[in-house]
Write a protein that binds this ligand. Structure first.
Ligand code: ZN
Length: 163
């Protein structure tokens, strides 16, 4: 599955757009099942594996992300629809971040240590969850993608080659 990258001007235009809400009706379509499968295959591709992915990164401008839950047993990838960060802790910490759409590079970004996330699950039920630590950072990074924001917008430091 091709991933959109910032180095490609046409891709970059898509990555910079605001994604539209997912509706409950979409969840029952074949398109949704295909998108879900594509996102998972892309983020788990051994060639360029990631810890999270947002639908715009595979060219679909919908508010849908997959995040690897390092805070859960087995560290599963889970899908979140229409995610919204409704609270962020005042406590922040810097951390290195990479992005499948900015291949080969990483940068240091300061993020909230704890967030409260409101979202729809894959049955379209509304949920609210408090998430801490590294997993909270992934949620902040992926949710930004839905508004056309990249981690490089959140730091003054230029990204450097990934270690
Ligand atoms: Zn990213």
């Amino acid at each position: 599955m091709r991933i959109l990258t910032v180095g490609n001007p046409a891709d970059s235009l898509v990555l910079r757009q605001k994604a539209a809400l997912v509706t409950g009706r979409m969840l029952r379509t074949d398109d949704y099942a295909v998108l879900r499968r594509r996102m998972l295959a892309t983020v788990q591709d051994p060639q360029n594996s990631g810890v999270g992915i947002a639908a715009p990164q595979v060219g679909i401008l919908r508010r849908m992300i997959a995040v690897q839950r390092f805070d859960k047993p087995g560290e599963p990838f889970e899908f979140y629809l229409n995610p919204e960060i409704v609270e962020s802790s005042a406590e922040t910490a810097p951390g290195r971040e990479g992005c499948l759409s900015i291949p080969g590079l990483a940068g240091t970004v300061v993020r909230a240590q704890r967030i409260v996330l409101r979202y729809r699950d894959e049955r379209f039920a509304e949920k609210t969850e408090t998430i801490d630590g590294f997993t909270a950072v992934i949620f902040q990074h992926e949710t930004d993608h839905l508004d056309g924001i990249l981690y490089t917008d959140r730091t003054d430091e230029a990204p450097t080659p990934e270690e």
